[in-house]
Ligand binder design. Sequence first.
Ligand code: PHE
Length: 498
Amino acid sequence: MEIMADKNEWGSNMSFILAMIGSAVGLGNIWRYPYVLYSNGGGAFYIPYIVAILLMGIPFLILEYGVGYNFKSSFAKAITKINSKWQYLGWLLPVAVFMIMIYYSAILGWDGIYMVLSFFKGWGADPNTYFTANLLQASSSYTGLTNFIPVIAVAMLIGWVIVWFISHRDLEAGLGKVSKILVPALFIIMIIIVGFSLTLPGASIGLAELFDPDWSLLTHFEIWMAAFGQIVFSLSLGMSIAFTYASYTKDDADLVTNTISIALANSLFENFAALGVFSILGYMSLQSGTAVADLVTQGTGLVFIVYPTVFNVLGQWAYILGPLFFLTVYLAGLTSILSTIEPLSFSIQNKFGLSRSRTMTILIVVGAAISMVYATSFGGDLLGYVDTFINQIALLLGVILECIIFAWIFKAERLIDFLNSRSKTIKLGSWWLVVVKYILPIFIAIIWIGGLIDVINAGTVDQLVFTAISAAILLVATLIFTILPAKNPEWENTEERV
Ligand code: PHE
């Protein structure tokens, strides 16, 4: 079966930019960034943060876009074309990103449940107990895998159906169109929430805590690692997503300028989120007399425990702010999860000659089935282990390998004239080559080693066991895609645009 190019092509540059912003702006911007900013020097964090964006985020995205654009084909196909011995690496990142999709669906499911609960503060007087004991029925032992929680399963399946509804269509009719509606909607709702939060009594207490700069931290290595780590995660760098999205573009894109718009929008959103989160924490601190430092947290604790606690003291306003907040998290998660299926789906379409629609249906059914392990009492802990493995170990390694393959073997030099001829803003020069060839791989390798040491030192036996199982699943699934024979005669035939 021949793949029709137009099924995998953006209708306009706007669709490409908005879909990419949708992928970048996710849970990381809402529940991770505010905490990272706060706990790494407050106002002083902006120095490593801006350096990380300029030195890594933008140069690396330009590279990933440039190579993706050049090949106009999937990640696995392009890597195979660069050197057929590395086909395995071409599947590794798409499979790892698909593993993210599977656990992201659980977080979306929990958030969907909270969206409903927020209309009547259904989490009760003690949100902590509600989340861990009532909803997740959390058990820290793997025997919890046998305790299935139907409410979570149903909420997750609703998410999978929404994803299927959007993703099985042609690219522009599904993801392109949805991004053009949901991404602006996400920004508008966020502006409303933050605007309201800033008017709350006590907001200034929270903001003063957040920004209070601790300049002495600038000499600490950790805050630089935190800034680089945040940018890799937040911009979805080196995950083969940016690559795939760029390969879907038409022939006339200004990739350099697009990159700058995407990085700006992502930073704007996360800094805005930080204002909202800390205004609300300031309000809570004023009401409860608890110090902001004792309230602040990140991840599921912030969204599903601290926020419901705040809504409990917020009175009537909570019935508006609560649903809007959980809706924002849902939309941010949805526009990100939609991007996590694209690299693997496109690679499968290319190798096995299946249509976009059929590939998506198969992947979504398989993903939904596997995701049911998260609808058990062990789901919460398992999600934490898999997330740490994928983000701290697998993806960063992927980024380093991608950097080496693209910058050194493909040769980043090849892209410069072409990218510059389209660029209406900055022009690339030898500074860009130095960044992508030397500074980036070295920096990310340092972060990677730091993360690995963390997992080994801090990990419990359970964590190490489940890290090993996740690694085995990733490596075996990747191997299967690599050795299955290609069904599409076009697999070996990759055109290049540059
Ligand atoms: N960039 C997203 C965020 O900030 C996370 C993400 C990672 C999305 C990987 C897609 C793939 O939350």
